[in-house]
Design a protein around this ligand. Structure first.
Ligand SMILES: [Zn+2]
Length: 406
Protein backbone atom coordinates (compact mmCIF):
# COMPACT_ATOMS: atom_id res chain seq x y z
CA UNK A 1 0.00 0.00 0.00
CA UNK A 2 1.53 3.28 -1.08
CA UNK A 3 0.78 6.62 0.54
CA UNK A 4 1.09 9.81 -1.51
CA UNK A 5 1.23 13.18 0.21
CA UNK A 6 -0.59 15.89 -1.76
CA UNK A 7 1.62 18.91 -2.25
CA UNK A 8 0.46 22.25 -0.98
CA UNK A 9 3.92 23.81 -0.67
CA UNK A 10 4.32 22.86 2.96
CA UNK A 11 7.88 23.58 3.97
CA UNK A 12 9.64 24.49 7.20
CA UNK A 13 12.72 26.60 7.81
CA UNK A 14 15.47 24.50 9.48
CA UNK A 15 17.13 27.61 10.94
CA UNK A 16 14.00 29.04 12.55
CA UNK A 17 14.72 30.49 16.00
CA UNK A 18 12.00 29.19 18.32
CA UNK A 19 13.12 31.17 21.35
CA UNK A 20 12.84 34.56 19.67
CA UNK A 21 10.26 33.41 17.14
CA UNK A 22 12.11 34.71 14.14
CA UNK A 23 13.62 33.57 10.87
CA UNK A 24 17.33 33.72 10.25
CA UNK A 25 18.23 36.92 8.39
CA UNK A 26 20.21 34.73 5.98
CA UNK A 27 17.28 32.48 5.11
CA UNK A 28 16.50 32.21 1.40
CA UNK A 29 13.13 30.56 1.36
CA UNK A 30 13.37 28.66 -1.94
CA UNK A 31 16.90 27.49 -1.25
CA UNK A 32 16.86 26.74 2.48
CA UNK A 33 13.33 25.68 3.44
CA UNK A 34 12.68 21.94 3.44
CA UNK A 35 9.88 19.50 2.76
CA UNK A 36 8.85 16.69 5.10
CA UNK A 37 10.90 14.18 3.08
CA UNK A 38 14.00 16.23 3.83
CA UNK A 39 13.63 16.50 7.59
CA UNK A 40 12.29 13.17 8.80
CA UNK A 41 13.50 9.61 8.31
CA UNK A 42 12.21 7.26 7.26
CA UNK A 43 10.52 9.44 4.65
CA UNK A 44 6.89 9.56 5.81
CA UNK A 45 5.37 8.84 2.38
CA UNK A 46 6.02 6.77 -0.72
CA UNK A 47 5.48 9.66 -3.04
CA UNK A 48 3.82 13.00 -3.62
CA UNK A 49 0.72 13.98 -5.54
CA UNK A 50 0.90 17.30 -7.34
CA UNK A 51 -2.20 18.98 -8.76
CA UNK A 52 -2.03 21.09 -11.88
CA UNK A 53 -4.54 23.49 -10.34
CA UNK A 54 -2.26 24.02 -7.33
CA UNK A 55 0.78 24.73 -9.50
CA UNK A 56 -0.98 26.87 -12.11
CA UNK A 57 -3.49 28.56 -9.86
CA UNK A 58 -7.14 28.51 -10.79
CA UNK A 59 -10.05 30.86 -11.13
CA UNK A 60 -10.88 30.85 -7.43
CA UNK A 61 -7.30 31.67 -6.49
CA UNK A 62 -6.41 28.22 -5.16
CA UNK A 63 -2.87 28.40 -6.52
CA UNK A 64 -0.15 27.86 -3.97
CA UNK A 65 2.73 28.74 -6.26
CA UNK A 66 4.13 32.18 -6.90
CA UNK A 67 5.02 32.99 -10.51
CA UNK A 68 8.76 32.32 -9.94
CA UNK A 69 7.97 29.01 -8.17
CA UNK A 70 5.78 27.92 -11.05
CA UNK A 71 8.52 28.84 -13.51
CA UNK A 72 11.03 26.78 -11.51
CA UNK A 73 8.63 23.83 -11.28
CA UNK A 74 8.22 23.70 -15.06
CA UNK A 75 11.93 24.24 -15.65
CA UNK A 76 13.28 21.72 -13.11
CA UNK A 77 10.55 19.10 -13.33
CA UNK A 78 8.78 17.54 -10.38
CA UNK A 79 11.67 15.40 -9.04
CA UNK A 80 14.25 18.17 -8.95
CA UNK A 81 11.85 20.86 -7.83
CA UNK A 82 10.93 18.82 -4.74
CA UNK A 83 14.49 17.46 -4.31
CA UNK A 84 12.92 14.01 -4.16
CA UNK A 85 15.01 10.94 -3.45
CA UNK A 86 14.86 8.10 -5.99
CA UNK A 87 12.60 6.06 -3.71
CA UNK A 88 9.82 8.67 -3.83
CA UNK A 89 7.44 8.46 -6.77
CA UNK A 90 5.24 11.18 -8.20
CA UNK A 91 1.69 11.26 -9.43
CA UNK A 92 -0.03 14.20 -11.08
CA UNK A 93 -3.68 15.12 -11.16
CA UNK A 94 -5.74 18.10 -12.19
CA UNK A 95 -7.02 19.02 -8.73
CA UNK A 96 -10.70 18.54 -9.49
CA UNK A 97 -11.75 20.10 -6.17
CA UNK A 98 -10.56 23.44 -7.46
CA UNK A 99 -13.05 23.49 -10.36
CA UNK A 100 -15.90 21.61 -8.73
CA UNK A 101 -18.33 24.49 -9.37
CA UNK A 102 -17.52 24.83 -13.06
CA UNK A 103 -19.70 23.38 -15.78
CA UNK A 104 -16.73 21.54 -17.30
CA UNK A 105 -13.13 20.94 -16.21
CA UNK A 106 -11.11 23.96 -17.36
CA UNK A 107 -8.32 21.88 -18.94
CA UNK A 108 -7.72 20.34 -22.33
CA UNK A 109 -6.29 16.84 -22.63
CA UNK A 110 -3.24 18.12 -24.54
CA UNK A 111 -2.19 20.60 -21.87
CA UNK A 112 -2.57 18.02 -19.11
CA UNK A 113 -0.50 15.47 -21.05
CA UNK A 114 2.07 18.19 -21.58
CA UNK A 115 2.08 19.02 -17.84
CA UNK A 116 2.67 15.40 -16.78
CA UNK A 117 5.17 14.68 -19.56
CA UNK A 118 7.22 17.85 -19.44
CA UNK A 119 7.49 17.82 -15.63
CA UNK A 120 8.54 14.17 -15.54
CA UNK A 121 5.76 12.60 -13.46
CA UNK A 122 5.84 8.82 -12.90
CA UNK A 123 2.06 8.63 -13.23
CA UNK A 124 -0.70 11.02 -14.31
CA UNK A 125 -4.45 10.90 -13.67
CA UNK A 126 -6.93 11.68 -16.45
CA UNK A 127 -9.08 14.82 -16.20
CA UNK A 128 -12.19 14.26 -14.11
CA UNK A 129 -15.19 16.09 -12.74
CA UNK A 130 -16.26 15.35 -9.16
CA UNK A 131 -19.74 14.09 -8.38
CA UNK A 132 -20.85 15.00 -4.89
CA UNK A 133 -23.68 12.70 -4.14
CA UNK A 134 -24.15 9.14 -2.95
CA UNK A 135 -26.98 6.70 -3.42
CA UNK A 136 -26.64 3.39 -1.51
CA UNK A 137 -27.09 0.18 -3.47
CA UNK A 138 -30.37 -0.73 -1.78
CA UNK A 139 -31.98 2.64 -2.56
CA UNK A 140 -33.88 3.18 -5.78
CA UNK A 141 -33.37 6.95 -5.79
CA UNK A 142 -32.45 8.35 -9.19
CA UNK A 143 -29.13 10.14 -9.75
CA UNK A 144 -29.26 13.82 -10.69
CA UNK A 145 -28.75 14.61 -14.35
CA UNK A 146 -25.63 16.61 -13.50
CA UNK A 147 -24.05 13.52 -11.91
CA UNK A 148 -24.62 11.45 -15.04
CA UNK A 149 -23.15 14.28 -17.12
CA UNK A 150 -20.09 14.53 -14.93
CA UNK A 151 -19.47 10.80 -15.16
CA UNK A 152 -19.82 10.97 -18.94
CA UNK A 153 -17.44 13.94 -19.16
CA UNK A 154 -14.87 12.12 -17.00
CA UNK A 155 -15.08 8.97 -19.14
CA UNK A 156 -14.78 10.86 -22.42
CA UNK A 157 -11.78 12.79 -21.17
CA UNK A 158 -10.20 9.55 -19.91
CA UNK A 159 -10.62 8.01 -23.35
CA UNK A 160 -9.08 11.03 -25.10
CA UNK A 161 -6.28 11.01 -22.51
CA UNK A 162 -5.19 7.40 -22.98
CA UNK A 163 -5.60 7.63 -26.76
CA UNK A 164 -3.48 10.76 -27.07
CA UNK A 165 -0.84 9.78 -24.50
CA UNK A 166 1.38 7.61 -26.77
CA UNK A 167 1.39 10.21 -29.57
CA UNK A 168 2.46 12.89 -27.09
CA UNK A 169 5.56 10.81 -26.29
CA UNK A 170 4.38 10.46 -22.70
CA UNK A 171 6.50 8.19 -20.53
CA UNK A 172 4.33 8.36 -17.44
CA UNK A 173 1.82 5.71 -16.44
CA UNK A 174 -1.70 6.83 -17.39
CA UNK A 175 -4.19 6.49 -14.54
CA UNK A 176 -7.90 6.62 -15.29
CA UNK A 177 -10.15 8.64 -12.99
CA UNK A 178 -13.42 6.97 -12.02
CA UNK A 179 -16.34 9.01 -10.74
CA UNK A 180 -19.66 7.67 -9.53
CA UNK A 181 -22.55 8.14 -7.09
CA UNK A 182 -22.76 4.62 -5.68
CA UNK A 183 -21.48 1.06 -5.99
CA UNK A 184 -22.96 0.33 -9.41
CA UNK A 185 -21.99 3.62 -11.02
CA UNK A 186 -18.39 3.39 -9.75
CA UNK A 187 -18.21 -0.17 -11.08
CA UNK A 188 -19.52 1.10 -14.42
CA UNK A 189 -16.75 3.73 -14.59
CA UNK A 190 -14.06 1.22 -13.70
CA UNK A 191 -15.34 -1.23 -16.30
CA UNK A 192 -15.31 1.44 -19.02
CA UNK A 193 -11.80 2.57 -18.03
CA UNK A 194 -10.52 -1.00 -18.19
CA UNK A 195 -11.98 -1.32 -21.71
CA UNK A 196 -10.03 1.79 -22.71
CA UNK A 197 -6.84 0.06 -21.55
CA UNK A 198 -6.30 1.48 -18.05
CA UNK A 199 -4.64 -0.84 -15.55
CA UNK A 200 -4.47 1.69 -12.76
CA UNK A 201 -7.61 3.55 -11.75
CA UNK A 202 -8.12 6.38 -9.28
CA UNK A 203 -11.46 6.55 -7.50
CA UNK A 204 -12.48 10.19 -7.02
CA UNK A 205 -15.23 11.98 -5.11
CA UNK A 206 -15.18 9.53 -2.19
CA UNK A 207 -13.97 12.00 0.45
CA UNK A 208 -17.41 12.50 2.06
CA UNK A 209 -18.22 8.76 2.05
CA UNK A 210 -18.18 6.61 5.17
CA UNK A 211 -15.77 3.68 5.18
CA UNK A 212 -18.60 1.15 4.78
CA UNK A 213 -19.84 3.07 1.72
CA UNK A 214 -16.36 3.01 0.18
CA UNK A 215 -16.25 -0.73 0.88
CA UNK A 216 -19.63 -1.23 -0.80
CA UNK A 217 -18.24 0.48 -3.91
CA UNK A 218 -15.06 -1.61 -3.79
CA UNK A 219 -17.10 -4.79 -3.53
CA UNK A 220 -19.17 -3.81 -6.57
CA UNK A 221 -15.97 -3.00 -8.46
CA UNK A 222 -14.58 -6.43 -7.52
CA UNK A 223 -17.20 -8.09 -9.69
CA UNK A 224 -15.76 -6.52 -12.86
CA UNK A 225 -12.16 -5.74 -11.85
CA UNK A 226 -9.56 -7.32 -14.11
CA UNK A 227 -6.85 -9.28 -12.24
CA UNK A 228 -4.09 -6.72 -12.88
CA UNK A 229 -6.11 -3.57 -12.19
CA UNK A 230 -4.83 -1.49 -9.27
CA UNK A 231 -6.97 1.08 -7.47
CA UNK A 232 -5.99 4.41 -5.93
CA UNK A 233 -8.26 6.20 -3.42
CA UNK A 234 -8.15 9.97 -3.97
CA UNK A 235 -8.12 11.98 -0.75
CA UNK A 236 -8.92 9.03 1.50
CA UNK A 237 -7.06 8.11 4.67
CA UNK A 238 -8.79 5.51 6.83
CA UNK A 239 -6.00 3.60 8.51
CA UNK A 240 -8.50 1.34 10.26
CA UNK A 241 -9.97 0.17 6.96
CA UNK A 242 -6.81 0.02 4.87
CA UNK A 243 -6.33 -3.73 5.26
CA UNK A 244 -9.88 -4.30 4.03
CA UNK A 245 -9.41 -1.82 1.16
CA UNK A 246 -6.22 -3.65 0.18
CA UNK A 247 -8.15 -6.90 -0.18
CA UNK A 248 -10.27 -5.18 -2.86
CA UNK A 249 -7.39 -4.11 -5.07
CA UNK A 250 -6.51 -0.77 -3.47
CA UNK A 251 -2.74 -0.32 -3.76
CA UNK A 252 -2.39 3.40 -3.03
CA UNK A 253 -4.10 6.44 -1.55
CA UNK A 254 -3.36 10.08 -0.88
CA UNK A 255 -4.48 12.38 1.90
CA UNK A 256 -3.47 15.53 3.74
CA UNK A 257 -5.71 14.80 6.71
CA UNK A 258 -3.18 13.78 9.39
CA UNK A 259 -0.98 16.70 8.38
CA UNK A 260 -3.80 19.20 8.51
CA UNK A 261 -5.16 17.88 11.81
CA UNK A 262 -2.02 19.26 13.42
CA UNK A 263 -3.41 22.77 13.05
CA UNK A 264 -6.99 22.43 11.79
CA UNK A 265 -8.49 19.93 14.21
CA UNK A 266 -10.06 21.24 17.39
CA UNK A 267 -8.58 18.49 19.56
CA UNK A 268 -6.56 15.81 17.75
CA UNK A 269 -3.47 17.78 16.86
CA UNK A 270 -0.58 15.59 17.96
CA UNK A 271 -0.82 11.93 16.99
CA UNK A 272 0.82 8.87 18.52
CA UNK A 273 0.60 5.22 17.49
CA UNK A 274 -2.45 4.65 19.68
CA UNK A 275 -3.76 8.07 20.65
CA UNK A 276 -3.95 11.76 19.87
CA UNK A 277 -3.41 14.90 21.92
CA UNK A 278 -4.51 18.52 21.90
CA UNK A 279 -1.71 20.93 21.08
CA UNK A 280 -1.22 23.81 23.49
CA UNK A 281 -2.49 27.04 22.04
CA UNK A 282 -0.19 29.96 22.72
CA UNK A 283 -1.10 32.35 19.89
CA UNK A 284 1.15 35.24 19.00
CA UNK A 285 -0.31 38.46 20.39
CA UNK A 286 0.29 40.30 17.13
CA UNK A 287 -0.78 37.36 14.97
CA UNK A 288 -4.14 36.59 16.54
CA UNK A 289 -7.02 38.58 14.99
CA UNK A 290 -9.45 37.99 17.90
CA UNK A 291 -6.92 39.14 20.46
CA UNK A 292 -5.96 42.10 18.31
CA UNK A 293 -9.59 43.22 18.23
CA UNK A 294 -9.83 42.96 22.01
CA UNK A 295 -6.68 45.05 22.36
CA UNK A 296 -7.89 47.68 19.87
CA UNK A 297 -11.25 47.94 21.63
CA UNK A 298 -9.47 48.47 24.92
CA UNK A 299 -10.85 45.34 26.66
CA UNK A 300 -7.38 43.81 26.94
CA UNK A 301 -4.15 45.65 27.52
CA UNK A 302 -1.45 44.84 25.01
CA UNK A 303 1.27 44.85 27.63
CA UNK A 304 -0.70 42.43 29.77
CA UNK A 305 -1.25 40.12 26.78
CA UNK A 306 2.42 40.12 25.83
CA UNK A 307 3.45 39.36 29.41
CA UNK A 308 0.96 36.47 29.62
CA UNK A 309 2.13 35.07 26.27
CA UNK A 310 5.81 35.15 27.30
CA UNK A 311 5.04 33.66 30.69
CA UNK A 312 3.32 30.72 29.00
CA UNK A 313 6.22 30.02 26.66
CA UNK A 314 8.75 30.26 29.49
CA UNK A 315 6.68 28.01 31.76
CA UNK A 316 6.25 25.40 29.02
CA UNK A 317 9.99 25.28 28.30
CA UNK A 318 10.86 25.13 31.98
CA UNK A 319 8.34 22.35 32.42
CA UNK A 320 10.01 20.37 29.64
CA UNK A 321 13.61 21.00 30.71
CA UNK A 322 13.58 21.50 34.45
CA UNK A 323 10.42 19.87 35.60
CA UNK A 324 8.45 22.93 36.73
CA UNK A 325 5.28 21.63 38.41
CA UNK A 326 2.38 21.04 36.05
CA UNK A 327 0.06 23.30 38.10
CA UNK A 328 2.33 26.31 37.51
CA UNK A 329 2.25 25.78 33.75
CA UNK A 330 -1.50 25.31 33.75
CA UNK A 331 -1.93 28.50 35.80
CA UNK A 332 0.08 30.45 33.21
CA UNK A 333 -1.93 28.91 30.38
CA UNK A 334 -5.18 29.72 32.14
CA UNK A 335 -4.25 33.37 32.52
CA UNK A 336 -3.41 33.73 28.84
CA UNK A 337 -6.37 31.67 27.69
CA UNK A 338 -8.79 33.85 29.60
CA UNK A 339 -7.39 36.90 27.80
CA UNK A 340 -7.53 35.30 24.36
CA UNK A 341 -10.85 33.53 24.66
CA UNK A 342 -12.86 35.93 26.75
CA UNK A 343 -15.22 34.56 29.40
CA UNK A 344 -17.73 32.67 27.25
CA UNK A 345 -15.62 30.41 25.06
CA UNK A 346 -14.77 26.85 26.05
CA UNK A 347 -11.51 26.17 27.77
CA UNK A 348 -8.88 23.68 26.59
CA UNK A 349 -7.14 23.43 29.96
CA UNK A 350 -8.22 19.88 30.78
CA UNK A 351 -6.89 18.73 27.40
CA UNK A 352 -3.63 20.58 27.99
CA UNK A 353 -3.28 18.85 31.33
CA UNK A 354 -3.42 15.48 29.60
CA UNK A 355 -0.96 16.56 26.89
CA UNK A 356 1.51 17.85 29.45
CA UNK A 357 1.25 14.92 31.88
CA UNK A 358 1.81 12.39 29.11
CA UNK A 359 4.40 14.56 27.27
CA UNK A 360 4.19 12.26 24.23
CA UNK A 361 6.97 14.05 22.31
CA UNK A 362 9.51 12.66 24.82
CA UNK A 363 8.80 9.12 23.65
CA UNK A 364 8.53 9.95 19.94
CA UNK A 365 11.34 8.54 17.80
CA UNK A 366 10.95 11.18 15.07
CA UNK A 367 13.79 13.61 14.48
CA UNK A 368 11.57 16.65 14.92
CA UNK A 369 10.36 15.76 18.42
CA UNK A 370 13.92 14.87 19.37
CA UNK A 371 15.19 18.27 18.24
CA UNK A 372 12.36 20.54 19.30
CA UNK A 373 10.88 18.89 22.37
CA UNK A 374 7.80 20.64 23.70
CA UNK A 375 7.87 23.30 20.94
CA UNK A 376 6.28 20.75 18.60
CA UNK A 377 3.26 20.45 20.91
CA UNK A 378 2.69 24.22 20.97
CA UNK A 379 -0.04 25.43 18.62
CA UNK A 380 1.58 28.60 17.39
CA UNK A 381 2.67 29.86 13.98
CA UNK A 382 3.46 27.90 10.86
CA UNK A 383 6.90 26.60 11.86
CA UNK A 384 5.64 24.71 14.90
CA UNK A 385 2.31 23.73 13.36
CA UNK A 386 3.78 22.30 10.17
CA UNK A 387 6.47 20.41 12.08
CA UNK A 388 3.70 18.83 14.17
CA UNK A 389 2.00 17.95 10.86
CA UNK A 390 5.22 16.32 9.63
CA UNK A 391 5.43 14.43 12.92
CA UNK A 392 1.86 13.17 12.35
CA UNK A 393 2.94 11.94 8.91
CA UNK A 394 5.71 9.87 10.52
CA UNK A 395 3.14 8.32 12.86
CA UNK A 396 0.90 7.44 9.91
CA UNK A 397 3.88 5.99 8.05
CA UNK A 398 4.70 3.75 11.01
CA UNK A 399 1.06 2.65 11.35
CA UNK A 400 0.89 1.77 7.66
CA UNK A 401 4.14 -0.18 7.89
CA UNK A 402 2.83 -2.21 10.83
CA UNK A 403 -0.27 -3.36 8.94
CA UNK A 404 -0.49 -6.94 7.79
CA UNK A 405 -0.47 -6.32 4.02
CA UNK A 406 3.12 -5.11 4.02
ZN1 LIG B 1 7.60 13.14 16.60
Amino acid sequence: MKFYFPDSQDLVSPTYDFINDEYSPYRVRQRDDVYAHQVVTPIPYDGILVSKAVVDGSMNGAGKYSAPQRERFYRLGVKNFFRLPETCSTIGDCGAFNYIDEERPPYEVDEVLDFYGRCGFDAGISIDHIIFGYIPEESDAEPEEAWINRQQISLELAEDFITAAPASGARFEPVGAAQGWGPRSYAHSVQELQKMGYRRIALGGMVPLKSHEILACLRAIDAIRAPGTQLHLLGINRVDSMEQFARHGVTSFDSTSVFRQAFMDDRNNYHTATDSYTAIRVPQVDGNPALKRLILSGSVSQAQAITAERTCLRALREFDHEGTPLEDVLAALETYESLVLGPKKKSYLSYYERTLSDAPWRACPCALCGTHGIEIAIFRGTERNKRRGFHNLTVLEAKMRSLAFN
